[in-house]
Write a protein that binds this ligand. Structure first.
Ligand SMILES: [Zn+2]
Ligand SMILES: [Zn+2]
Length: 137
């Protein structure tokens, strides 16, 4: 099968929410901010709307609406609590929790953001670029 047609599957812990990503996803990043850490989705993978398919469990996805100024709506499985990222987003590209992939997503961590908020006990062990807050180019 051509790589562009390959589907990578992912799911929540209980299996109610299942998705596939067709072809290679976009970049992987890791956010160390206190919000992402507590919500349980620090490594994430950007996928394009057209390559993402929610196979099952849409009715089991609950959304946490953040208080302003934050805009990042975080979704999770209401049955098992697995953080999913933003699978219901209308954006052209959105983040999915890297831990939800059941197969190798074929991308590796490209950056660390909000490193200034990283807990002291967590040690970054790869050579990806580090940013104290939002990545600057
Ligand atoms: Zn679940
Ligand atoms: Zn964050």
């Amino acid at each position: 099968m051509a790589n562009a047609d390959r589907k990578i599957s992912g799911s929540c812990c209980c299996g109610a929410v299942r998705f596939t990503v067709k072809g290679k996803p976009g970049m992987m990043g890791t956010c160390h901010c206190s919000r992402c850490r507590k919500l349980g989705a620090t490594p994430f993978v950007f996928v394009k709307r057209e390559q993402f398919e929610l196979v099952s469990g849409e009715a089991d996805i609950a959304c946490y609406q953040p208080v302003a100024p934050y805009t990042y709506v975080r979704s999770f499985c209401r049955l098992c609590g697995t953080a999913l990222g933003e699978p219901l987003s209308d954006e052209a590209s959105f983040p999915v929790n890297a831990h939800c992939f059941d197969e190798d997503p074929q991308v590796r961590n490209a950056f660390h953001e909000f490193v200034a908020e990283k807990p002291a006990w967590y040690e970054i062990c790869d050579s990806a670029r580090q940013f104290p807050g939002h990545p600057e180019t």
